[in-house]
Write a protein that binds this ligand. Structure first.
Ligand code: SF4
Length: 246
């Protein structure tokens, strides 16, 4: 057999999946059922090889860039990297790890999160951070008592850096915590919450299937959630049948 570094790398990065549990990085989810599935390790579409390598590159860059971070950028501030954040809400204890925290004389003042992204995401974040990234760092800021946050994007293909800033939104953080509490409730019951999406009949009588629409159509738990797909074609698919008029 020909020795292959490619095969070695793919096997190595394929072993890096995190153990399932509720984690702050799930903040901003569109669906509590999806959060339930993630936290319980439900069967999901496997990561693509490209996705697994991108995830590993992001982790490696986090470690490389943060491990030698200066202790302080300004005289009056201390910087902490990979700071554990813990939030208690009722019976729920949620933890996360903030990439960089600036600490002033009176305590944490600002938290930043680093995201290494590919081209598609880079295009989408030119004006503002992705909703789930903002929700995650806002929750860190809320848990640490910081008044501001930032999401710092690194474009994997070029090394460009773009940082978005915001003020901590306590209301949004509490709303996200409510989602985690609901997920924890269903985890305690041992059954997934009901699906929040249904098929929808358009005015012309055609049925728009929820499983093919946002967010289900992009969800890694689609088959697990809705069952194996039937023989009827998805939007944009013809399952090999002849196209009328072709
Ligand atoms: S397929 Fe849809 S309803 Fe099911 S977990 Fe995913 S987003 Fe939620």
């Amino acid at each position: 057999m020909t020795p292959s570094l490619r095969a070695f790398i793919l096997r190595s990065v394929g072993c890096r999946r995190q153990s399932p549990r509720l984690r702050m990085s799930q903040a901003g989810s569109n669906c509590v059922r999806q959060t339930y599935y993630e936290a319980t390790g439900a069967e999901r579409e496997p990561d693509t090889e490209e996705g697994a390598v991108k995830m590993a590159l992001g982790t490696a860059f986090d470690e490389y860039s943060l491990q030698n971070a200066p202790q302080a950028l300004h005289e009056e501030e201390l910087t902490l990297t990979q700071k554990t954040v813990t939030i208690k809400a009722g019976d729920l204890t949620l933890t996360g790890h903030a990439d960089l925290v600036f600490v002033g004389k009176k305590g944490p003042v600002h938290v930043g999160d680093l995201k290494v992204v590919g081209e598609k995401t880079w295009e989408k974040v030119q004006e503002r951070p992705k909703q789930e990234h903002q929700a995650q760092v806002n929750l860190y800021a809320f848990g640490l008592g910081c008044s501001t946050w930032s999401v710092c994007y690194v474009r994997a293909g070029t090394g460009e850096i773009l940082e978005h800033y915001g003020a901590t939104d306590d209301f949004a953080a509490r709303r996200d915590l409510g989602m985690f509490e609901e997920a924890a409730y269903w985890i305690g019951k041992g059954v997934p919450p009901p699906r929040p999406y249904e098929d929808f009949e358009e005015e012309d009588g055609t049925v728009k299937r929820a499983r093919d629409s946002f967010p289900c159509g992009w969800c890694k738990f689609n088959d697990h959630c809705w069952g194996a797909r039937d023989a009827s074609p998805r939007k944009g698919e013809n399952h090999g049948k002849p196209v009328p008029g072709a």
